[in-house]
Design a protein around this ligand. Sequence first.
Ligand code: ADP
Ligand code: MG
Length: 535
Amino acid sequence: MTATMKSFAELGISAEVQRGLTDLGYEEPTPIQEQTITLLMSGSDITAQAQTGSGKTAAFGIPMIEKIDPADRRPQGLVLCPTRELAIQVADAIHAMGKHRNITITPIYGGQPYERQFRALQRGIHIVVGTPGRIMDHMRRGTISFDAVKFVVLDEADEMLDMGFVEDIEFILDAVPDERQIALFSATIPPRIAALSRRYLRDPLRISVDRDSLTVPSITQVYYEVPNHAKLDVLGRILDVEDPGAAIIFCRTKRDVDELVQSLQGRGYSAEPIHGDITQQQRERTLKRFRDKQTDVLVATDVAARGLDIPDVSHVINYDVPDDPDSYVHRIGRTARAGKEGDAITLVAPRELRQLRFIERTIGKRIKQLRVPTLADVEARRRQAFKESIVKELHGDALAPYLLLVDELAEEFDPVEIAAAAIKIATGGTGAAAATPEVKRRNDHTMAGDGVGAEPGMIRLFINIGRQDGVRPGDFVGAIANEAGIAGKEIGAIDLFDTYSFVEVPQAIAPRVVAALGHTTIRGRAVNAEIARPK
Ligand code: ADP
Ligand code: MG
């Protein structure tokens, strides 16, 4: 944060609210908070654009709390949110910020019994946070009145419009007193939001974070180029090597999410889905398990995950390249929140490269390409982790019961060898901790392949079929020449093994050959070609 940054006190926030912020661990305002709090306290309408994770809740929550007259127990503040989860989160956050001012607040959302909401409303509350549909229901039933509302916030306005809430929002805004203040918060300002703002806001001040700073620098953004069919395998390696504390993986469709969750679970990762077909009850349970670190990986669609405050995500992984730059920004905004650091990793199939370049141009930043981790990297990482766990034990003080046995063995054997034998048993003899990792999956090119062996200017491709599939060298020449449109003589050495093969092609056209082979079959087998990496 820059030196010109104001403190919460300098923004004119009351001592009670400052105490609430301290309880929450907020030390200084985020940029959006610094820009909006004073304006909102002075009574202006605003349209504010800021990315997910920039701290919008406090940006409107603090001025709203300050404006409430605690003696008047009618709703004075109203916050509209797109989803039930968000309504609950925003209500919780504002409650915490306002707790030393005795502000009462309640979330109102679909799916919760009306009875419970009536009772809360009857007790008298200062701030209502809810989804437009359910709030409108209460208005129609006459169980909620906005006669005393002074301040309305539209949170995640673009999302509410995407969800078809525009008429409900208009109905609600038409029903609040004329003498009210409105703040509209949105990650993007499409024309429909601008129109809504023109219609309801009075001389709104527009606050926006410019494009260049849309993605925060503490997010490390990288991508791996991976053919679609190899994505699952590569994802597994990334998870193994990166060992994320908590990761969220984005997929384009619900089906992709379900399939990926199945595959990840099958490979022993604790992954759970978040998408539109997951009931809200399930979603809340999933989120809770994720927050409690019982689940390592959430797999989500964009829409379902938008606006959810999922704390401490160390990694955002895009299983595919999002359709537009805004969703890319939304997605990666799930990590590195509030000053933490985070990694955003995108898996890019060859045909998604153009879309990635478009995103880079829009966000004004190059995304770095990384080499796909090899099995050797994965093994090295496991070995490292195992080593760390041993060192941790050595620093601990709970070894006494085992020392007796070691002493006994040491009368006959060398302590170093005893340790080696114990490690072998502990790792199930898998070689996981061995110095030269054994190659278990022989058909994995990344271990067996040796790209260094190619002729200058040529590159070795690993291909997932071999002699056992009845393949002969001529099959590769034919397929590559036909599919990639290159002359047979340009193809270099072809090495056939039982279950896989290596084919050398000119480096310059290797990506084309890889892409072309990905669409073809040889001897009835789907082909997967990848650039073979040296060890
Ligand atoms: P947005 O609505 O812009 O996506 P949130 O209001 O949900 O962002 O805030 C994102 C995270 O940052 C939350 O966990 C919140 O508690 C935290 N946060 C917000 N403001 C601050 C601050 N001034 N200092 C530290 N953490 C903050
Ligand atoms: Mg928010």
